[in-house]
Design a binder for this molecule. Structure first.
Ligand code: CMP
Length: 140
């Protein structure tokens, strides 16, 4: 399997509950390497641009409000099949439907406050990594 990079976000509900270390340990134990990471507070315009693909969805406004409600940790994870691997570690979007032992099942509060975001395909990973990081900030 090819080595890939994926964009991960530790969301405001998780930073508020001091879960960054717990979540990072799960990534590292699963063989993903954190090759870039920073804690930031997204502006409304930055959140809207990041989630532009969801613009027509009914939850878009609330999602952008939520993602600007507190600090987030944005990260680039690297590893074999990193995009799919990260999605396995995260679990389903809705914590109630996520498999036991996944981040969202163990730590998620709701479909909105679900601890983490991860890119869903190579094209979105490329867009999302470029949105959050300059190439010089990523060190494999
Ligand atoms: P994320 O992987 O960050 O991508 C979009 C986010 O929208 C998703 O995780 C959820 O946290 C959030 N969201 C809120 N409501 C819904 C919904 N009804 N269906 C899907 N995603 C939702």
């Amino acid at each position: 399997m090819a080595v890939e990079r994926t964009l991960s976000i530790i969301k405001p509900d998780a930073t508020r509950r001091n879960l960054t270390g717990d979540i990072n340990t799960r990534f590292e134990k699963a063989g993903l390497r954190i090759v870039a990471q920073k804690r930031i507070r997204l502006t409304r315009a930055q959140a809207e641009g990041f989630y532009a693909v969801h613009k027509a969805r009914p939850f878009y406004g609330a999602l952008c409000d939520y993602m600007t409600s507190g600090p987030v940790v944005v990260q680039v994870l690297e590893g074999e099949g990193a995009i799919a691997r990260n999605r396995e570690i995260m679990g389903a979007t809705d914590p109630k439907k996520a498999a036991k032992g996944t981040i969202r099942a163990d730590l998620g509060e709701s479909i909105e406050a679900n601890c983490v975001h991860g890119s869903d395909a190579p094209e979105t990973a490329a867009f999302e990594i470029g949105y959050m990081f300059a190439g010089i900030e990523i060190t494999g």
